[in-house]
Design a protein around this ligand. Structure first.
Ligand code: TYM
Length: 335
């Protein structure tokens, strides 16, 4: 018998426009894994409401994430692509795991600290238990690998801790997942403030490149990117964070090595370098944008994909949930 394929799970919040950071840190890697693994890619709308969302915008953003998953190259026949809120098992397991997670470990989460500073008027319990729901997402599918950007490493660690704790009490219920973090593009920084990560929710739009930004907008954002006063294209994240970020982005979209890129731009000033990076990004994103525009006209196709994949996801998720409920001592449902 052929060896069983390993399982991959990952997700993205529909809390704004997908950025180049999301693409290079996560989505691009996902497209390279679809043949080797059984993959589930979720649109995590339950997570998105930990920050206040406008309903119409959330609905549109969710559909856009779905279209961008497909347009970036995820085959919806091979990969299980679905909305988190369509599979209630996520919320059910999330609740159960809340009872196996400590306040202390949650209060150490960097993302919670950052988001509660940013949304000081809405530090809700969902924001605090966000990593528990994320653990539920992953553990429901007996996931082996979770491809994410560097910023999610801490959440992966807590998911592993929760799974291990549950297994210690009840036997082998959950597979313990591993993080899968790419070498290039795992941490794309903000274009004008290269000391912080590029983020969907950044108010300065010149800091982020959205996958669906018009080519002229992308170029202008790169032309305005922060560099330094040296005028030397060299990779040195400590001393030259802006230039190093641009080099990283360039290498991620062209598949060149840093050394090759440094050689290529050895004699060009920052002006030319920034234009070249912008053009390489535009070239990479244009086919994705065209595909999204096509998909946007095809509602029936998207509905059919979601219906089929929700069924597939639910079947796997409920198998794990039933096992958990049984272990805990819940009375089985009579059919
Ligand atoms: P989200 O929506 O913030 O980000 C989606 C993915 O993009 C990566 N990413 C980045 N990578 C490189 N550079 C950046 N500047 C950058 N910004 C974001 C993130 O690491 C992520 O992989 N908590 C998750 C969503 C989630 C999830 C899950 C992920 C919910 N449940 C289960 C994996 C498994 C998040 O906030 O993603």
């Amino acid at each position: 018998m052929a060896e069983e394929k390993k399982t991959i799970f990952s997700g993205m919040q529909p809390s704004g426009l997908i950025t180049l950071g999301n693409y290079l840190g996560a989505l691009r890697n996902w497209t390279q894994l679809q043949d080797e693994y059984n993959c589930l890619y979720c649109i995590v709308d339950l997570h998105a409401i930990t920050v206040r969302q406008d309903p119409a915008k959330l609905r549109r953003a969710s559909k856009e994430v779905l279209m961008q998953y497909i347009a970036a190259g995820l085959d919806p026949e091979k990969n299980i692509i679905y909305y988190q809120s369509h599979v209630p098992a996520h919320a059910e397991l999330g609740w159960i795991l809340n009872c196996f997670t400590y306040m202390g470990e949650l209060s150490r989460m960097t993302q919670f600290k950052e988001k509660s500073q940013k949304h000081a008027d809405n530090i809700n319990a969902g924001l605090f238990t966000y990593p528990v729901l994320m653990a539920a997402d992953i553990l429901l599918y007996q996931t082996d690998l979770v491809p994410v950007g560097e910023d999610q490493r801490q959440h992966l660690e807590i998911a592993r801790d929760i799974a291990g704790r549950f297994n210690n009490l009840y036997g082998d219920v959950f597979r313990i997942p591993e993080a899968y973090i790419g070498k290039v593009g795992a941490r794309v920084m903000a274009l004008q403030q290269p000391d912080k990560k590029m983020s969907k929710s950044d108010e300065n739009k010149n800091n982020t490149v959205a996958l669906l930004d018009e080519p002229a907008v992308i170029l202008s954002k790169f032309k305005k990117a922060m560099t330094d006063s040296e005028n030397e294209v060299r990779y040195d994240p400590e001393q030259k964070p802006g230039v190093s970020n641009l080099l990283n982005i360039y290498c991620a979209v062209t598949d060149k090595t840093i050394a090759e890129a440094e050689r290529e731009f050895a004699n060009s000033g920052y002006g030319n370098f920034k234009v070249a990076v912008g053009e390489a990004v535009v070239e990479k994103l244009e086919p994705i944008q065209k595909k999204v525009a096509e998909l946007d006209k095809n509602k029936d196709y998207l509905d059919q994909i979601i219906a089929m994949n929700t069924e597939r996801a639910s079947a796997i998720a409920y198998k794990t949930l039933r096992k958990v409920q049984k272990k805990l001592g819940f009375v089985p449902r009579v059919r």
